[in-house]
Design a protein around this ligand. Sequence first.
Ligand SMILES: *Cc1c(COP(=O)(O)O)cnc(C)c1O
Length: 418
Amino acid sequence: MKRPFVTQQQLQDIVSRYPTPFHIYDEKGIRENAPRLKAAFSWNPGYREYFAVKATPTPAILKILKEEGCGCDCSSLTELMTADRCGIRGEDIMFSSNNTPAEEFVLADKLGAVINLDDITHVEFLEQTIGHIPEKISCRYNPGGVFTLGETREGFQVMDNPGDAKYGMTRAQIAQAYQMLREKGAKEFGIHAFLASNTLSNSYYPSLARILFQLAVELKEETGCHITFINLSGGIGIPYLPDQPENDIAVIGEGVRQAYEEILVPAGMGDVALCTELGRFMLAPYGHLVTTAVHEKHIYKEYIGVDACACNLMRPAMYGSYHHITVMGKEDAPCDHKYDVAGSLCENNDKFAVDRMLPKIDAGDLLVIHDTGAHGFSMGYNYNGKLRSAELLLREDGSVDLIRRAETPDDYFSTVVW
Ligand SMILES: *Cc1c(COP(=O)(O)O)cnc(C)c1O
């Protein structure tokens, strides 16, 4: 059963100050979750989480995570600028981008970020762009083919298609890139890979770790390069559906530890630091999109029109993703109405829910759309002239801070040359 982290009373107070729609984040939830991840990897002395900024590029959130000991994983110019303005610099930034523009490498280098190269051609591109090769550098690996996890838990299987993904280097290329980088002055090497997204399996990270640890041992033998860090990147999922099993981060950390002991330690590589670039796992459950029911429409189906739209949360429209909905004040009412919950875009995929069984919804009801803390606000856009919403932070003491104001028409028109 999914319960909102705000009560109806709290929301009514909030709505009287900040009109819907808005995203609201739960500081307490974020601060309770981050240490669980840290504890799961505490056996690895160099371990560090670099929060994937693209998931929630909101400075107030990045500052909370910084206080919890996280760095930032950036992949664009403005993400680098955001980290910098939050006081996150140097090796606290992992720069994992792809198809990278020159100006981004320049800023990443200026900030002292650890650069993770997506392609072998980027070795020379980086050298030409910034005039040198950093001493500490990483390369992204793509094993190709199809990635599957043998284990099926609760009927859920992980399968992804690295062979169709645009990221990373082939096995032959990564060895060659290491050699080129070493000749150009690199001294400390890292490996990165991201093979599956939103995995609900405790064996994704351990399986990925085995692949990367084995690769590290081979690359050390083949190239003699000193590998000091391995980046498991993102991909740990969260249960968007109310009956899905949660990942157990402690079990995941233990699975990675076993792979480390079996593969890296015997190869004399027991000093390799691990890092992660989780976005969804760190933030998704700790954000809600709050919206008001405005209209109901009865045609061939029953529709509830709300004041949010896909511009506020793109995942249902883009991926058909399920996001749980709570009708505030009706948490225990029977779900005996079948609705499509729709926004107002001139796009028929602008629906937060299709054929969803919910309590009877009346105009004015507040709806909480769950698990929008990551890849929610950040994927927003301005189609149909829709404006980006505000972001609010529910503090641990129950107070609420505005951490990003809603856009106004002036913001929308500010780039126009009339
Ligand atoms: C998107 C992304 C992440 C974060 O992914 P999650 O699924 O949110 O954990 C991490 N690293 C890279 C390079 C990414 O592109």
